[in-house]
Design a protein around this ligand. Structure first.
Ligand code: ZN
Length: 504
């Protein structure tokens, strides 16, 4: 048998159509845009989907041809220019691979919720371009984030589509590895995947998508049960990304059987009915801001983690929301730390003042009108850093993070209160304790840790938290979805149309 040669790559973005700042090529360069040998160097040994592809390839003795891997922090739709450049670089890599010898298959790490200025269905756009190069028959296996808003076209263009099982996403490596092993079985003619997609009309806030509690725990269990049945290859559930005002937004189930399309459809429908029956449990009920801060201050022991769920840059927000910081200062919280707050102007001012200096400035609330006003604050510059650290926790282990120039400020609150704030130049969702530790703040020593994150923070912070409170802050990832003006969503959809009926 000829040696197995596999092209790997990925373009990944979660796009909020409500975010006011579009996502450009520079945003990808800032997070990561690696090609060829640089891709291998960056991802070998990491707990990422591409790290999983690489290990599966090594175990299966495949030759790997790297193309490009690009990812940007969630934000507004990807510009036409960035889409063209990235897709061109990916297809160029594939053409190069084909020119150098026969290619047996393609492994792609995509997201599923990328909206491009060129196409609502970013992944459909990418996969169409890939198929133009590799033809209709070559196995193209795709992994998605479970926040993907899946389309029939994506699933049709891919040979197999699977998604992360876990939110927080602690399993991209395992899914990448699984996909690599499945490709090996396909090229050895052991299995012939048949896939079915069922779209469920539910739009779900992020907090109840957490896969270690109900309702998602039950969804995950049933999916795994079905997946283990003889003849089934994979079952995925994607609650989707609500902040995309496009027709495909909603909950998806994808089932893949070995050669039996009817079987795949039945499996997907069974899981979809289970999800639909629990639709009411996907509605999020966060705690009002002042009540949350008072509870955290009154707790007998810390750290109490306050999740600033309205301003989660992982969902495309600016990360400069001030509502929670304002409440912490006004109510006189102490031994409190907040991260991150993106404000490059403030970092420049703090750097100019220097470590140890007293400073007064306007902080945050500068990007859009949805995340609070700039705050007039005073305090001390504790530390200036380059904002670089490496993830050591359970999410994206081994990946290096660049917050840009970063300042730790200790801000004066009411009644002698003090709140430390990690002020960054770039946006970042705090998914690793390194966000505090790399800035000299030991998170286990604090009473209150405020983090701009919806759910992902739980992977690193739950083990050290005495309590976690989901705070009802305003912003573009607030779970009050009915405050957003949707125009293009497919209706009816639950919970906007609560009386609707549906069956797969
Ligand atoms: Zn996600």
């Amino acid at each position: 048998m000829a040696p197995v040669r596999v092209a790997i790559g990925g373009i990944s973005h979660e796009s909020s159509t409500f975010a006011t700042v579009p996502t450009t090529l520079t945003d990808f360069e800032q997070r990561h845009l690696a090609a060829g040998e640089g891709l291998l160097a960056r991802f070998s040994g990491t707990r990422t989907a591409i790290g999983g592809f690489l290990d599966a390839a090594r175990e299966g003795d495949f030759e790997v041809v790297p193309t490009i891997a690009a990812s940007a922090t969630p934000g507004g739709p990807v510009t036409a220019e960035a889409t063209r450049v990235l897709v061109e670089r990916l297809t160029e890599g594939l053409r190069g691979a084909l020119a150098a010898g026969p290619v047996t298959g393609v492994l792609l790490d995509l997201h599923g919720a990328m909206v491009s200025e060129l196409d609502d269905d970013g992944e459909g756009f990418i996969l169409r371009a890939v198929r133009e190069v590799v033809g209709p028959d070559l196995p193209v296996l795709v992994d998605l984030d479970l926040h993907g808003n899946v389309t029939q076209e994506m699933v049709d263009l891919a040979t197999v589509t699977i998604a992360y099982d876990e939110y927080p996403h602690i399993d991209p490596y395992d899914r990448g590895h699984e996909l690599g092993l499945l490709l090996a079985r396909i090229v050895r003619d052991e299995v012939k995947p048949a896939t079915a997609l069922v779209k469920i009309p539910i739009i779900a806030g992020l907090q109840r998508q957490y896969t270690h509690a109900e309702p998602m725990l039950g969804v995950k269990r049933l999916a795994h049960e079905i997946e283990r049945e003889p003849g089934m290859l994979a079952v995925s559930y994607l609650p989707g990304f609500a902040w995309a005002d496009i027709p495909p937004t909603g909950f998806s189930v994808i089932a893949t059987s070995d050669g039996d399309a009817v079987r795949a459809r039945e499996a997907a429908e069974r899981l979809a009915r289970f999800v639909w029956d629990r639709r009411g449990e996907f509605v999020v009920r966060p705690v009002p801001v002042e009540e949350a801060v008072r509870r955290a201050m009154a707790a007998s022991a810390g750290p109490v983690v306050l999740a600033d769920i309205g301003d989660n840059p992982g969902g495309g927000t600016p990360a400069d929301g001030t509502t929670l910081l304002d409440a912490l200062l006004r109510l006189g919280a102490t031994r409190a730390a907040l991260a991150p707050l993106r404000d490059p102007e403030a970092v420049t001012e703090a750097s100019a003042a220097g470590e140890g200096a007293r400073i007064s400035l306007r902080l945050g609330g500068k990007t859009d009108p949805f995340h609070g006003e700039p705050l007039a604050v005073s305090g001390r510059v504790v530390r200036i850093t380059d904002g670089r650290f490496v993830h050591t926790g359970p999410m994206s282990t081994g990946i290096s993070i660049n917050l840009g120039p970063t300042a730790v400020l200790a801000l004066d609150g009411q009644d002698g209160g003090e709140v430390e704030v990690v002020v960054t130049s770039h946006r970042y969702q705090p998914t690793d304790l390194g966000i505090f530790r790399a800035q000299g703040i030991e998170p286990t020593d604090r009473q209150i840790l405020a983090v701009k994150s919806s759910v992902h923070f739980r992977a690193a912070f739950e083990p050290i938290a005495r309590d976690i409170i989901e705070v009802d802050t305003p912003g573009l990832t607030s779970p009050h979805l009915d405050n957003l003006e949707f125009r293009r969503l497919t209706r009816p959809i639950y919970p906007f149309d609560p009386e609707m009926t549906w069956h797969p």
